[in-house]
Design a protein around this ligand. Sequence first.
Ligand code: HEC
Length: 130
Amino acid sequence: MSHTPSWALALLLLPATLLAQTTPAEQIAGYAAQSGQAAQVAQGQQFFTTKHGKDWSCSSCHTAKPTVEGKHATTGKVIAPMAPAFNPQRFTDAAKTEKWFRRNCNDVVGRECSPAEKADVLSWLASLKS
Ligand code: HEC
């Protein structure tokens, strides 16, 4: 009988689980697929730079042109640029992206962002080249 032992399968799957490395393009595609519509760059900019009924917009900490460093609205702590062209570490770790979307959308919008909103924001950030 020839079948693959389960320990061998576990070894094969291990690296993929441990190193959840990804790219901005993969994350945009993933959120767009979840939302069932194409990412919209202009909507992403609009969403990021305007307030949603609370004190802050995303720009309050990340600036309205996130190719540059931001500054935390309350602690003053410097935040590295959000645009991947100016910060290659951005959106390379899906768990980190999700964690901060959850926290920041709750602060700014009072709820989690939808997959469409995430796809729009990421596509705008990824479009910023200068
Ligand atoms: C009160 C300040 C603050 C506001 C407002 C804010 N953020 Fe952030 N954001 C942070 C901090 C701090 C980090 C983590 C530090 C870092 O990644 O450089 C972060 C990180 C992120 C990340 C993780 C990026 C990555 O590298 O994967 C995303 C995505 C993000 N923010 C999106 C948003 C969006 C969308 C909004 C508006 C809905 C927003 N943020 C509003 C402070 C803020």
